[in-house]
Every structure is written in structure tokens, then in C-alpha cells.
Design a binder for this molecule. Structure first.
Ligand SMILES: Nc1ncnc2c1ncn2[C@@H]1O[C@H](COP(=O)(O)OP(=O)(O)O)[C@@H](O)[C@H]1O
Ligand SMILES: [Mg+2]
Length: 251
């Protein structure tokens, strides 16, 4: 298994948001994570990436116990993540932001890091803004930069938190293609997405979180057709999120 969570608990003060998560993700899997707002999806990513400390349970990545390692140590050992609200270094240029990611997370140095950053800038369509300050970017450009930084880290495990929000359909399509490409190169991908239709056609497996618990886990279409998921989680919103094509496939 690439990733193993056993009894992982996350709390904010007295509030337990994830009581006990068990999850195994094999190497190379593309896993979609959905669930209503406040379900604990971003907290789950915090637990895996090390931004949040588990109050119980264990996290193993490639068989190594990561439970007590810091976010930086996990990043160095191949865990890359994006944030729901992009968090670039605003006072650095787009290129510099990506170079920092390539140098620290990507374990490259000097000319090698520069050439890696240059190729990610190109791959993510950020060339026109390479010298712009990250703080001056629009939301869409910041989302691209967020993904570019994660890619530059050359992660073995990539955690994407709502990267498609605010993008047009064709931009979402483009983004999905980059992510599929990374996954084909052997990266294990966990992707939280509110836009369920962006996930359905591409993920191998889908997980539904509600109130801190995994309420469904399996093939995407099976999971979305599950009556518990439809009624308890998304209700009528699911139909809106899915888009016509997926809806037709399910009915
Ligand atoms: N830093 C925080 N301090 C206190 N409560 C938080 C914090 N972050 C998230 N929460 C709470 O934890 C719960 C889960 O949040 P989150 O993991 O962001 O859910 P999701 O990503 O599924 O919307 C929510 O009730 C949220 O209000
Ligand atoms: Mg979230």
C-alpha cells in the first residue's frame, strides 16, 4: 500500500471532526473524495500532509510510519498537496514560487531545479505570468500556480483540494488531463472536488465523507448511485453537480 491510515483522529480543541478514519490506497490509484461542506475532507488532507497532528491513529506512507513527521518532512519524502485557498508566496514571482517547490519538495538543485521549474511553467500554461508577482494573480491563475507548485515537487502522493473550483468547463477539462498524465506517470492521486462531474470519468475509486466518516467507498458510478449517498449527502444537489452526461449514465 502506498498510503495506510488506521484509526486516524483529528480534533480542533474539543471538537472531533474525524473520529477514526481507516483508509488504504494502493500505489498508482486515482482516488476521488467528495462530501458536503464541513464533512472533514480538508482535515483529512491535513492529517495526511502533516499540517494537522492526529490525536489518535497512525499514518504510513510506503510502509514508513509518518504519524509524527512534520509537514516539511512529509513533503521531502514525496507528499505534495494543494490548498483549497491557494497559498503561494505573494512577494515572489510565479517562476520563483515554482522554483522553490522544485528545490525543496522536488529534491533538485541549481540548473536541474531551474530546468524542472521551466518545464512545469510551460506545462501549466503559466509562461505569460512567469515574472509576475504571485500576489497579483487572478484566482484562476493562482489555482494554476497552486497545481504547478505541487507538480514541481514531483510527489509520489499528490493531494488536490478543490483545484477545479472557479474554472470554466474547458479549463477543468485541461486540468483533468494534466492530473491524468501525472497519474499515468505513477503518481498516486487523492482529489477532493466539489465538482463531482470532473471526477466521475477519471477516478478509479470514489470515497464519500459525511460528518467525519466514510459513508461510501468504491467504483465512482456505484458510489454515486448509492441511495445513502444520494439522500444523506448530496440530495438534490448531486444532480446539479453531476452534469447531464453523468446523470444520464446513472439513470
Ligand atoms: N482551523 C479550524 N479550527 C476549528 N474548526 C475547524 C478548523 N478547520 C476546520 N474546522 C471545522 O472542522 C470541520 C471539518 O472541516 P473541513 O475539514 O474543512 O471540511 P471540508 O473540507 O469537508 O469542508 C468543520 O466543521 C469545520 O468548521
Ligand atoms: Mg475543504
Amino acid at each position: 500500500m502506498l498510503l495506510e491510515l488506521r484509526g486516524v483522529q483529528i480534533r480542533y480543541g474539543d471538537m472531533v471532526v474525524l473520529p477514526a478514519i481507516d483508509l488504504s490506497v494502493p500505489q498508482g490509484q486515482f482516488l476521488g473524495v467528495i462530501g458536503p461542506n464541513g464533512a472533514g475532507k480538508s482535515s483529512l488532507f491535513g492529517a495526511i500532509s502533516g499540517g494537522l497532528r492526529c490525536s489518535a491513529g497512525t499514518i504510513h506512507i510506503e510502509g514508513r510510519d509518518m504519524t509524527r513527521l512534520s509537514a516539511t518532512q512529509r513533503c521531502m519524502s514525496g507528499v505534495g498537496r494543494t490548498f483549497q485557498i491557494p497559498q503561494p508566496f505573494d512577494g515572489m514571482s510565479v517562476f520563483e514560487n515554482i522554483l522553490v517547490a522544485a528545490t525543496y519538495g522536488g529534491r533538485s538543485h541549481g540548473a536541474q531545479a531551474t530546468s524542472q521549474a521551466t518545464s512545469v511553467v510551460r506545462q501549466c500554461g503559466l509562461e505569460p505570468w512567469a515574472d509576475s508577482m504571485a500576489g497579483a494573480l487572478t484566482l484562476l491563475q493562482r489555482k494554476r500556480l497552486e497545481l504547478a507548485r505541487a507538480m514541481a515537487m514531483r510527489p509520489r502522493l499528490l493531494l488536490l483540494d478543490e483545484v477545479a473550483g472557479g474554472l470554466t468547463d474547458s479549463e477543468v477539462g485541461e486540468l483533468v488531463q494534466w492530473i491524468v498524465q501525472l497519474q499515468r506517470e505513477g503518481v498516486t492521486v487523492l482529489w477532493i472536488e466539489h465538482l463531482v462531474h470532473a471526477l466521475v470519468g477519471v477516478v478509479d475509486r470514489m470515497l464519500v465523507l459525511a460528518e467525519g466518516r466514510i459513508i461510501a467507498d468504491g467504483a465512482p458510478r456505484t458510489v454515486l448511485a448509492n441511495p445513502t449517498v444520494r439522500s444523506c449527502y448530496l440530495g438534490s444537489d448531486l444532480d446539479e453537480d453531476l452534469g447531464e452526461e453523468t446523470r444520464d449514465a446513472l439513470h
